[in-house]
Design a binder for this molecule. Structure first.
Ligand code: ATP
Ligand code: MG
Length: 242
């Protein structure tokens, strides 16, 4: 058992010491590898995202994500328990020390599934769609009142516990603090990222957007919950938007 654990950790370069056991891969996202594991300290399953810090750009993005998620605390947002460095070391409050590390681990609340998986089984009952939409808007109101834009709302980033029908917004990898006096530049990562939930304004004018971009995505998600189909499948290759 211990050997299996060690080899899994080695294959994926997970280096968290002995506190986390029974690692299971959850997936590989745009900016990190996610595993679930049991935290020996509290005997609970958690989700751990490993972000590899390869260059100044990845450090900048990780710093931004950590700065934002550390401050958010709400029933409809996936809880972040800890941010750890290599070998499970505690990171000091001076997150600037990240520049000296090659990877960082975000230990979060483990969620049973996400809305994308749920929608694979077809549209939701109207009462469930209403309940999830209410929780999405509740979480979003909290995020926006902290002047944070999520910028990547989509079913795969909305986590769900089916037992109590709780929805939580997760994956703040593209989130940004909004400065009302600053015109936001379109540095949203492109490539394989889905644009189906991006508003026309964001697609066509990435230098000028507001909290409304998250509301647009929420509207698209609401339609998808009710119909089981993506509302707008954008197939375009606009270099201007990258
Ligand atoms: P993208 O970068 O486009 O968002 P992604 O959603 O696949 O891609 P991540 O958000 O990093 O990437 O997540 C990778 C996988 O881990 C996904 O399958 C996601 O559902 C799962 N996951 C992430 N966080 C949690 C969590 N807290 N609990 C359970 N599963 C999680
Ligand atoms: Mg995601």
């Amino acid at each position: 058992m211990a050997e299996k654990f060690e080899s899994l950790m080695n294959i994926h370069g997970f280096d968290l010491g002995s506190r986390y056991m029974d690692l299971k891969p959850l997936g590989c996202g745009g900016n990190g590898l996610v595993f679930s594991a049991v935290d020996n300290d509290c005997d609970k399953r958690v989700a751990i995202k490993k972000i590899v810090l390869t260059d100044p750009q990845s450090v900048k993005h990780a710093l931004r994500e950590i700065k934002i998620i550390r401050r958010l605390d709400h029933d409809n947002i996936v809880k972040v328990f800890e941010i750890l460095g290599p070998s499970g070391s505690q990171l000091t409050d001076d997150v600037g020390s990240l520049t000296e590390l090659n990877s960082v681990y975000i230990v979060q609340e483990y969620m049973e599934t996400d809305l994308a998986n749920v929608l694979e089984q077809g549209p939701l009952l109207e009462e469930h769609a209403r309940l999830f939409m209410y929780q999405l808007l509740r979480g979003l109101k909290y995020i926006h009142s902290a002047n944070v834009l999520h910028r990547d709302l989509k079913p795969a980033n909305l986590f769900i516990n089916t037992e109590d029908l709780v929805l939580k917004i997760g994956d703040f990898g593209l989130a940004r603090i909004m400065d009302p006096h600053y015109s936001h530049k379109g540095h949203l990562s492109e490539g394989l990222v889905t644009k189906w939930y991006r508003s026309p304004r964001l697609l066509l004018s990435p230098n000028n957007y507001t909290k409304a971009i998250d509301m647009w995505a929420a509207g698209c998600i609401f339609a998808e919950m009710l119909t089981g189909k993506t509302l707008l499948q954008v197939h375009m290759n606009l270099n201007r938007c990258s």
